[in-house]
Design a protein around this ligand. Sequence first.
Ligand SMILES: [Zn+2]
Length: 426
Amino acid sequence: MFWDTPKFTSAVPSQLMPEIGSRYAVIDARVCTGIGVIDPGWMLVEDGRIAGVGDAERPAPSDCPVIDGTGMTVLPGLIDCHLHLSWNGVFEPYPFTFGESLGERLQRNAWITLASGVTTAREMPGFGAAELKRKIASGAAAGPRLLISGPAVTVKRGYFAYPGWGTAVKHARQVRSIIRKRKQQGCDFIKTVVPFSDALRRERNISGEILRAIADEARSQGLKVSAHSMWKDGLGTGITCGVDSLEHAPSYVGGIIEERILAEAACREIRFVPTADLLRRNYQMFHDREELLREADYQRNMPAKSLEKMTAGTEAMEKKQHRRPEVQRAFDQLFSCYLHEYQRSFNNAVDAGIQIAAGTDSGANYTPHGIIARELERYVRLGMSPHEAMRTVTVNAAGLLGLDEEIGSLEVGKRADILMVRGGML
Ligand SMILES: [Zn+2]
């Protein structure tokens, strides 16, 4: 089975590294630095850091082992700003419903993510993340460097206010101790919500007062705030309350985002993490299921049992739509956005100067792991150039995570967190 024998080739850096030592160069490659492209170019690595990057005008180092990069592109390790490693792409809320051990599941999904070129990821939220983060950091498990949120901070009867998923508060004064505890527990950022976070608009909304208290306290603790959004109506509150990123924005529901909202987000340097391919998957799952399921990501990266559950769940949801008009309405609005409004909101956001940071939402419904390339493909289909799309998954994402001094671009002094792929796309 794929799960037991992941298909790495001999060109995987971790397998090459022990043979070439701590000082080596990659030569004759297309070097995509995250800032620009050098073709042909070279890169020198010393003790895990980038010690030099150059083009054909400057001779590549010849006094160390070299990796011939002919026909290959060197990139910064990719960053997925939004995933859930404890879920498989089908709604299974708690580990006892998984049908496999949590540890097994986490390690498999982390491995698939790493094999897709993602070397850093934000887990937001999920079960068992703290232990997985420690294991990966110590080398006991293979996976991307993890930044974790712990359970989301939300309001009673609000989105994420389910045991284990979130901590619900009633008043702004309760926020401080929760965020301090998250910091002590080793969380890297805070996950929360903006108003109108559920598709049916039935769950209780977070107030501006509580959201501002979350953003203020997180900032004082040196933590960034990532907020789930769903409807256009909630974005303004999130922006003025000072969150750092709006997840699933441009929003999936509610029409084209007003220019003043986009201008405000750009002015405050709030990043959008679109998880745009998820919207496409939602549409196709209900309109073109057979075609969608033929995609290799489903066949290769989702266990057969999860695939069956996901398909059965969608069929049940279709029946529910016919019985319950509010469910039908929510889906109609979601799909209308995919077909008519999303592209305009996306392009308007980019034109307004909002930085897009790539995120897949892998693990959420209909979304397998290991699909970062699909997400980037979606950005290009929505109108970005391939180079702009690469920035979303490297420099922009590193900036959102506060790791831009270390990773996200191939520059002298940064970590040699690098990826080599065959061919060249830019
Ligand atoms: Zn998510």
